[in-house]
Design a protein around this ligand. Structure first.
Ligand code: GLP
Length: 252
């Protein structure tokens, strides 16, 4: 379940390689995409490798995990903006097949229902990328979220608003709500790669390791998934007991 690579760069190489392997095997695969600083080197490496290897990404469908409510697609802190910046403006995805929740949508409940339905209609997610919040959230599924949840509106915890405040001009500008894919939607992905890098994730990884399947630790749902991998760098692995992590072979 826990796999170790030395650095964020080595993780980026590995994850990018996995994505490209999947695309070669299934050109119309469905990807579940995440945002956050953890994903930045991964998308950077993926864009390089797509260009170098002339990979066609135009048949892929992508679903992002989440979006802040109240931020439009052109707001620099919106996840729409993030995805254009780090991925969609850099490699030739088919725009009509890249889905994110709409943070300005008026009928939120209808949108939530539709988002989970769209994933099912697309055949389900083949590979889901996940980061993790310091309190163990995945997507924006905060501690206490039901493992049976589908796409829903969430009130962000103070911890999450503080953690994510670093991206905003002031703490007051951090949205209080978001739309997130539910834990059940995430758990239905065929493959899951949960990635944690840096010393600020070391305690979260120790907590995840120690946790039973428990809604108080949303990320623990991946422990019930037969093919999920938790991939950590040395800094994020620092508080895990000796011998917990398997070593992954580095990809060039
Ligand atoms: C946000 C996102 C999560 C992400 C988390 C960690 O809260 N909604 O999907 O995993 O941030 O972000 P970072 O990678 O910047 O630590």
């Amino acid at each position: 379940m826990f796999f170790l690579l030395p650095t964020p760069q080595a993780i980026a190489d590995y994850v990018s390689h996995r994505l490209i392997q999947l695309i070669r095997h299934k050109p119309d695969a469905v990807l579940g995409l995440a945002t956050g600083s953890t994903m930045e080197p991964i998308y950077e490496r993926f864009c390089q490798q797509v260009a170098q290897q002339d990979i066609d990404v135009s048949h892929l469908t992508t679903f992002n995990l989440d979006e802040y409510i109240g931020l439009g697609a052109d707001h620099p802190q919106s996840y729409h903006y993030y995805m254009r910046q780090y991925l969609f403006n850099r490699v030739a995805f088919a725009q009509h097949k890249t889905f994110l929740p709409d943070g300005l949508c008026v009928d939120l409940n209808e949108q939530c229902q539709r988002y989970s339905d769209l994933i099912r209609q697309a055949g389900g997610i083949d590979l889901q990328l996940l980061g993790i919040g310091s309190n163990g959230h995945i997507g924006f599924n905060e501690p206490g979220t039901s493992f049976a949840s589908r796409t829903h509106v969430v009130d962000l915890s103070e911890q999450t608003r503080l953690d994510n405040g670093r991206f905003f001009d002031s703490q007051d500008h951090v949205p209080t709500q978001a739309i997130t894919l539910g834990l059940q939607d995430i758990a239905e992905a065929k493959d899951i790669l949960l990635i944690a890098t840096g010393s600020n994730k070391a305690q979260t990884m120790a907590d995840l390791y120690a946790s039973a399947l428990d809604e108080a630790m949303p990320a623990s749902i991946v422990k019930a998934h037969p093919r999920a991998m938790v991939i950590v760098d040395e800094a994020a692995a620092a508080l895990l007991p000796q011998g917990v992590c398997k070593t992954l072979t580095q990809m060039a």
